[in-house]
Design a protein around this ligand. Structure first.
Ligand code: LLP
Length: 426
């Protein structure tokens, strides 16, 4: 597919823009997002729901990539968003994102964060634990201060993914446990509080999930839980939120489910299990922004070792993409100024950070390369910039959006002055 993106001069094209020109104009490392790809993924989710005949809401899980410009794209696409901190909420509001389309998640929201959410009238607060129910009850001082809430449940379903990316199993820090009766207790507390309007129930089983099976089990389980709650409290949820976690293809071995497959299968399951199917919300993060993102680096030093693959180093690394070091995530790269050239060797792509573990790609096939070539790592749009850091006091890269042959800087590159701006003399 990527070869089709190459232009006639052998340069990688992103959203109709020459990536090598972008590297020259903005410097490297550089995050580049193809905005049309983001819009198209959102539209696929929406279309799949419409074809399945379900009432729905798509809520972008903004932890995957949270800057003003992406919130503005989400506003244009008329979807909801999730935030998980005061900082994400602040960014979304500063971007002009409508507060009534914001869901506020997190397993330890502070009093101040909850207060900020209430003051700004967020659409729904996802309650995660008893402490939060208590904090929120304290914040809602008068009867006209009403807020929508949903309960995050731990349904006892685990997804087959990296253990750091599993969240639905009973032994998890997130949500009210269903088996032990915590969920029932929480439901009772919320239903008794007239200032909280219980919109429904939520569960998220993990991230980077490939099969539909876990989601089907989850859909089934959520209906079963809803039926029990109906018996107990005569309450039927208006919304069931099935979380996010749809995997993307980082390399050939990955075989993700399409939005279409996933949604049509859960729709069948839901329609079979009950007559009054609630509105279904999903919260994809990675699948919306991941494939749209590219990171451009400049190739620098090279170390050849007899009979072993060489180390080719780039001007970024674990500070702009922690995922290989943290999750052993596998990426693929192309040489952006040598598209279509024959591969001649397999190399380790190393970052510039002072850690042996700072290897961005363990084994990458490459054409002949030299200092100054531009390496583009693909599918870096999710959990790249959002998890970026200043280790070794490297400034974080700039972010550029491209669409219809136009490029726009949406996050400035950090400079050395920025790095010391919070430091104070001693
Ligand atoms: N909803 C909830 C409640 C979540 O906790 C998450 C992700 C999502 C939705 C979105 O999941 P997605 O569709 O993006 O898979 N940093 C890790 C991923 C952490 C995911 C945390 N929660 C990574 O880079 O793989």
């Amino acid at each position: 597919i990527i070869d089709e993106l190459a232009s006639k001069n052998g340069h990688l094209m992103i959203g109709g823009v020459d990536s090598v020109d972008l590297a020259k104009k903005y410097g490297t490392p550089l995050y580049v997002f193809d905005v049309a790809s983001i819009r198209s993924q959102i539209r696929k989710f929406k279309l799949a729901f419409e074809q399945a005949g379900l009432k729905y809401q798509v809520s972008y899980a903004s932890k995957a990539f949270a800057v003003k410009a992406i919130y503005q794209v989400m506003k244009q696409e008329d979807v909801h968003i999730d935030v998980v901190s005061g900082g994400e909420l602040y960014t979304a509001l500063a971007a002009g994102f409508p507060s009534d389309k914001i869901s506020f998640h997190g397993n330890n929201k502070s009093f101040e964060e909850l207060e900020m959410a209430v003051k700004n009238h967020v659409g729904v607060i996802m309650l995660d634990n008893f402490h939060e129910i208590e904090l929120l009850a304290r914040i809602l001082k008068t009867d006209d201060e009403k807020i929508n809430v949903m309960l995050r449940l731990t349904p006892g379903i685990s997804a087959h993914t990296h253990k750091y990316d599993q969240t639905g199993q009973t032994d998890s820090k997130f949500g009210f446990d269903v088996e032990s009766g915590q969920a029932k207790k929480a439901m009772q507390l919320v239903l008794e509080n007239k200032r909280m309007n219980l919109l429904g129930i939520h569960a998220h089983i993990g991230s980077q999930i490939f099969g539909t099976q876990g989601f089907i089990m989850l859909a089934k389980k959520m209906i079963e839980i809803a039926k029990n709650l109906q018996k107990e409290f005569n309450y039927w949820p208006q919304v069931i939120n099935l979380g996010g976690g749809f995997g993307i293809s980082y390399n050939e071995a990955d075989d993700p489910i399409t939005a279409q497959e996933f949604i049509s299968q859960i729709a069948n399951e839901l329609k079979q299990s009950c007559d009054d199917v609630p509105e279904i919300w999903i919260e994809p993060g990675r699948s919306i922004v991941g494939p749209a993102g590219y990171t451009l680096y400049t190739i620098g030093s090279r170390k050849d070792i007899p009979n072993l693959p060489p180390y080719i180093s780039v001007d970024g690394g674990m500070g702009d993409n922690i995922r290989p070091a943290l999750y052993q995530a596998k990426y693929e790269a192309v040489v952006a100024n040598k598209m279509g050239q024959e591969n001649i060797e397999t190399a380790h792509i190393a970052g510039k950070y002072c850690e042996s573990g700072d290897i961005l790609i363990d084994k990458q096939e490459l054409p002949e390369t030299k200092v100054g070539d531009i390496l583009a790592i693909l599918d870096t749009g999710a959990y790249g910039y959002s998890m970026a850091m200043n280790y070794n006091r490297n400034p974080r890269p700039a972010v550029v959006f491209v669409e219809n042959g136009q490029d726009k800087l949406v996050v400035k590159r950090e400079n050395y002055q920025d790095l010391i701006s919070l430091d104070r003399d001693y």
